[in-house]
Design a protein around this ligand. Structure first.
Ligand code: MTE
Ligand code: MO
Length: 549
C-alpha cells in the first residue's frame, strides 16, 4: 500500500475511533450515560448474547463480567477501526462508509434501550462526525503521513502541534510505529520531507488521542456527578411501624473467614444487566400498579414513605450462585408490604403473575399467590439502616423471601403489572431460565478454606446454610466418606435468613475432604445430585479438600 504505510493507515483508523468514542462522552453528559455508544452497544450485546455465553462470562470473569464485556468490545472495535483506517487509505469513501455503519449501530443501540428518546442518538452522531473528520484528516487531509496536501495542521479542532524537542511520538504511538515490517514505516533515515510529514502524522495522532481521552474521561466523570447520590443522601427513612426482631445473641459466630450473619452493604453481592447503574430520581419517581387490576394505583416516593413501614431480615440469593458460591447475602430491609398494595389494587381472577419492571426496562415475574401468602414481600427503600445503595436499586426495589432474585428482586422498580405466566415471559425466561424460581436449600463451608492447611487437632469447621422461608432444621458434616455428624446451628432471626453452623473436627494429618448438607424444616435434605445453575438453581453438596499438617 502506497504512499501511506499500512501501519499509519491502521493507526489513523484507531485514532478516529478513539476520537469518536471520546467526544461522545461529554455529549452523553447531556443525554444520559446509557446513550454513550460503548455503553449502548454493550447493553445491546448484554441483551442479545446467547445465555450460555453470558453464563460463561459470569463464570470466567465473575463480578468483572461487565468490565470484561467493555474491554472485549473495545478490543473488537479497535480491530475494526484499524481495518477502517486501511480502507480509508485506499479510498476515503470506504472508511467514511464504515464510520457511518458504526454510527448506525450506536444510534440503533441507543434508541432501542428502554425509555430512549431521539436525543439519545446525539452522542453517536457527534462522535461519528468527528471520527469521520479525523479519518479524512489522516487519509486525505492535513495529517496525511506522506505529506498529502501540503501545509501545517490547520484542521479545526486539531491544534497546531507544539513541537516537542526531536521526534518523540507519544509512547503508544511510538510502540505501534515500531512494530511490523512495513518498509514504509517510521525510519529516521528517510528523506527530510517525508520524515516531516510523518512526524506531523504522529504528533497529530498523539494530540488527538490525548484530547479524546481528556474529553472521554472528563465527560465520564461529569456524567457520574450527575447521579442521584446527593438525592439519596437527602432521603430520611421513616421509623418502622413493625421493627425487625433483634438479631439473637450468638447468631454471629464471628469466626475469621465465616460470612457475617448480616452482610454489610458494601460487601453485598451485586448482579444485574445494567452496564451503567440506573440513576432514578426519587422526586420524579412513581410506581404504577396496573394491568389486570380493578383499581390501578400510582404512588410517589413520598406517598410510599408515608405508609406504615415494615423492617425484616431477608437473605437474598442469586440463581447463578454455584454450590459453595458467594452470590448470596443477608440484610435488614425496610419497606412496605407488597401484599397491602396488591390488595388495594385488586388483582383480577387469573392474574397469576406480577411483573416487576425497572427504570431500565428489566423485568421479573413473581407469582401473585406468593406475594399475597403473608410472607414479608417488601417494596424496600432501606437496606441495613440506609436508603438503598444506588447499585442495589435506589430508590425502591422488591425483596421476596424464598425466591431467587431473578424472579423477585427487581431493583430501580417503577412498575408492578398484573398479568399471567401464560401471557408474559420476564427477562430471563426466554433466555432459558425457569419461570418459577424458589431458592433451593443449600449449605456452604466457609472455614477451613479449600486447599488450606490447618494443623492437626481441634479445627472449627463452619459455614452458612439456608432453606428460605422454611428454615434450616439440621446441618451435617462428614469427613472423607465417614458418617454424617450433626453440626451446631447458631440461632437466626427467622426462617427467611440463612443460619451459621459450626462443628468441631478432631483433624488428623493428611488430606481430607469435608462435605456439608442441610435439611429444611419439612425434613427434606438437599439433593446430592449435582446440577448446574441453569435453569433453576444449582444442586449438590459443597465439598472442600484440606491438607492437615
Ligand atoms: N433492574 C434489575 N433488577 C434486578 C436484576 C437486574 O438485572 N435488573 N437482577 C436480579 C438478580 S438476578 C438478582 S440475584 C438480584 C441481585 O440483587 P443485588 O444486586 O442487590 O444483590 O437483583 C435482581 N434485580
Ligand atoms: Mo440473580
Amino acid at each position: 500500500m502506497s504512499p501511506i504505510s499500512r501501519r499509519h493507515a491502521a493507526l489513523s483508523g484507531v485514532v478516529a475511533a478513539v476520537v469518536a468514542l471520546g467526544v461522545a462522552e461529554p455529549v452523553a453528559v447531556l443525554t444520559g450515560p446509557r446513550s454513550a455508544p460503548l455503553i449502548a452497544v454493550g447493553g445491546l450485546v448484554v441483551d442479545l448474547v446467547p445465555e450460555p455465553l453470558k453464563q460463561f462470562a459470569i463464570d470466567v470473569f465473575g463480578r468483572y463480567d461487565k468490565i470484561a464485556l467493555l474491554v472485549g468490545t473495545a478490543l473488537l472495535l479497535a480491530g475494526f477501526a484499524a481495518l477502517l483506517g486501511l480502507a480509508a487509505a485506499r479510498r476515503l469513501a470506504f472508511g467514511l462508509a464504515g464510520i457511518a455503519a458504526f454510527a448506525a449501530l450506536g444510534v440503533t443501540a441507543a434508541l432501542t434501550r428502554p425509555g430512549a428518546d431521539g436525543f439519545d442518538a446525539l452522542p453517536s452522531l457527534v462522535g461519528a462526525g468527528l471520527g469521520g473528520l479525523t479519518l479524512w484528516a489522516f487519509a486525505a487531509g492535513p495529517l496525511r503521513a506522506d505529506g498529502g496536501p501540503a501545509g501545517p495542521a490547520t484542521h479545526p479542532g486539531v491544534p497546531e502541534p507544539v513541537a516537542p524537542p526531536g521526534p518523540t511520538p507519544p509512547p503508544m504511538v511510538a510502540a505501534l510505529a515500531r512494530e511490523g515490517e512495513d518498509p514504509d514505516g517510521w525510519e529516521p533515515s528517510e528523506s527530510g520531507g517525508d520524515q516531516e510529514s510523518r512526524r506531523r502524522f504522529l504528533r497529530g495522532a498523539g494530540l488527538l488521542t490525548g484530547a479524546a481521552a481528556v474529553a472521554g474521561l472528563g465527560g465520564h466523570w461529569l456524567a457520574g456527578r450527575r447521579g442521584v447520590s446527593a438525592a439519596r443522601e437527602a432521603v430520611t427513612l421513616p421509623a418502622p411501624a413493625a421493627p425487625a426482631p433483634p438479631v439473637p445473641a450468638g447468631a454471629d459466630l464471628s469466626l475469621p473467614r465465616l460470612a457475617p450473619y448480616v452482610t454489610p452493604n458494601r460487601e453485598f453481592y451485586r448482579i444485574d444487566t445494567a452496564l451503567v447503574v440506573p440513576q432514578v430520581d426519587p422526586v420524579t419517581w412513581t410506581l404504577r400498579i396496573h394491568g389486570r387490576v380493578r383499581n390501578p394505583i400510582e404512588l410517589s416516593f413520598d406517598e410510599l414513605l408515608a405508609r406504615p413501614m415494615v423492617e425484616r431480615y431477608v437473605t437474598l440469593a442469586c440463581v447463578s450462585n454455584e454450590v459453595g458460591g458467594d452470590l448470596i447475602g443477608n440484610a435488614r430491609w425496610l419497606g412496605v408490604p407488597i401484599k397491602e398494595l396488591l390488595d388495594e389494587a385488586g388483582p383480577e381472577e387469573g392474574a397469576d403473575q406480577v411483573v416487576g419492571r425497572s427504570a431500565d426496562g428489566w423485568t421479573c415475574g413473581t407469582p401473585t399467590s406468593v406475594l399475597r401468602d403473608g410472607r414479608d414481600a417488601l417494596l424496600a427503600v432501606g437496606m441495613n439502616g440506609e436508603p438503598l445503595p444506588v447499585e442495589h436499586g435506589f430508590p425502591v426495589r422488591m425483596v421476596v423471601p424464598g425466591l431467587y432474585g431473578y424472579v423477585s428482586a427487581c431493583k430501580w422498580l417503577t412498575e408492578l403489572e398484573l398479568t399471567s405466566f401464560a401471557d408474559f415471559d420476564a427477562y430471563w425466561v426466554p433466555r432459558g431460565w425457569s419461570a418459577q424460581g424458589p431458592i433451593k436449600t443449600q449449605s456452604r463451608i466457609d472455614t477451613p478454606r479449600a486447599r488450606s492447611r490447618p494443623s492437626a487437632g481441634p479445627v472449627t469447621v463452619a459455614g452458612v446454610a439456608w432453606a428460605q422461608h422454611l428454615g434450616v432444621r439440621r446441618v451435617e458434616v462428614r469427613v472423607d466418606d465417614g458418617p454424617w455428624r450433626e453440626a451446631t446451628l447458631a440461632p437466626a432471626v427467622s426462617s427467611d435468613t440463612w443460619v451459621q453452623w459450626s462443628w468441631r473436627w478432631d483433624a488428623t494429618p493428611g488430606e481430607h475432604r469435608l462435605q456439608v448438607r442441610a435439611t429444611d424444616a419439612a425434613g427434606e435434605t438437599q439433593p446430592e445430585r449435582r446440577s448446574p445453575v441453569a435453569p433453576d438453581g444449582a444442586t449438590g453438596r459443597h465439598t472442600v479438600t484440606v491438607t492437615v499438617a
